[in-house]
Design a protein around this ligand. Structure first.
Ligand code: KPL
Length: 310
């Protein structure tokens, strides 16, 4: 299959490199020319889970760029960039291309649906990926990738994408309740990412920290109430998943901690911030998600100041 991947960050590089290794045609697309140049020159440097290092040459283009031959466009940009990226591809994407969002947070797919008429799939992955430099990624934990249609059907390209992902070494399922999967993952991310960003603890250490576990469970409880009010059928128990994901990605730093360390914007607005706004809409109180949102917004500011000074 021919995959385009918008966003050559940790997940984009990991999926791009492994899909290429499995024999697929892959084009990585990124807007930052220095990252594009680095990948053009060195390929993607992939540190595998078993410790092996490989350099994989993947086609890379500076975006936005017309992509006439691409069958599946994986959107792997940060959730706060979904709208801007989607608008920049409107009119230059073939109507035949299926779009698959493989992002954290709520509302990405709804944003894509409001901009494109293409077939759109939602996806969620718990693969651990740690970006160590432009095009350099550590596969830091095995996870599960789930894809599906918001309408619930098992239609279009999902079965072929599942086979391609499985071949690339990513255990993949197709769900008829992908909205439930996305909400469950968002609640779990809301109970991991801000706590790891604030404490700077990698995932494995966070699982063992009793003080922050108490806060994580409060975040999850609030998320559960809001999801019930929104009539979302969650998939699995977020409390159990929280622990399982932290342990299976123990060596990973959450994506929010990686963003803070680089002085970048985080996905706090699309995670805890989204639970907070759905809570307001459904009149459910979410004070812990509210406090974490405000703390991480403050942290974003200080980390930006510190990295620009360095
Ligand atoms: O999704 C993640 C993230 O960091 O955003 C997990 C699965 C928690 C891996 O760190």
């Amino acid at each position: 299959m021919h995959f385009g991947i918008v966003g050559a960050g940790a997940i984009g590089c990991l999926f791009g490199a492994r899909l290429r290794l499995a024999g697929h045609d892959v084009t990585l697309i990124h807007r930052d020319p220095s990252i594009v140049r680095a990948i053009q020159k060195n390929g993607v440097g992939l540190h595998e889970i078993d410790g092996k290092f490989r350099r994989i040459h993947v086609r890379v283009r500076r975006g936005p760029v017309p992509l006439p031959r691409i069958q599946i466009l994986i959107v792997a940009v940060k959730a706060y960039d979904t709208k801007a990226v989607a608008l920049s591809y409107r009119g230059i994407l073939s109507p035949e291309t299926t779009i698959l969002s493989l992002q954290n947070g709520l509302d990405n797919v709804e944003t894509l649906q409001s901009i494109f008429r293409n077939h759109i799939l939602a996806g969620s992955t718990t693969e651990g990926a740690l970006l160590t430099g432009p095009g350099s990624v550590i596969h830091s934990g095995k996870g599960l990738t789930v894809i599906g249609d918001l309408q619930g059907g098992n239609s279009g390209s999902s079965p072929r994408i599942k086979i391609a992902f499985d071949d690339a070494g990513f255990r993949t399922k197709i769900s008829s309740n992908i909205r439930g999967v996305l909400w469950t993952k968002a609640i779990v991310n809301a109970a991991i990412n801000p706590l790891s960003a604030l404490t700077r603890l990698p995932n494995g250490a966070l699982a063992k920290n009793a003080a922050t576990r108490e806060i994580a469970l409060r975040v999850i409880d609030e998320g559960l109430l809001v999801s019930q009010a929104e009539r979302i059928r969650l998939v699995g128990d977020p409390r159990k998943l929280w622990r399982t994901i932290l342990l299976s990605t123990g060596a990973n730093k959450s994506s929010m901690l990686q963003d803070i360390e680089r002085g970048k914007m985080t996905e706090i607005r699309q995670l805890n911030g989204a639970i907070l706004s759905y809570g307001r809409k459904t009149r459910i109180k979410t004070p812990v998600n509210g406090i974490l949102t405000k703390l991480v917004l403050g942290l974003e500011e200080s980390s930006k100041m510190m990295t620009s000074r360095a």
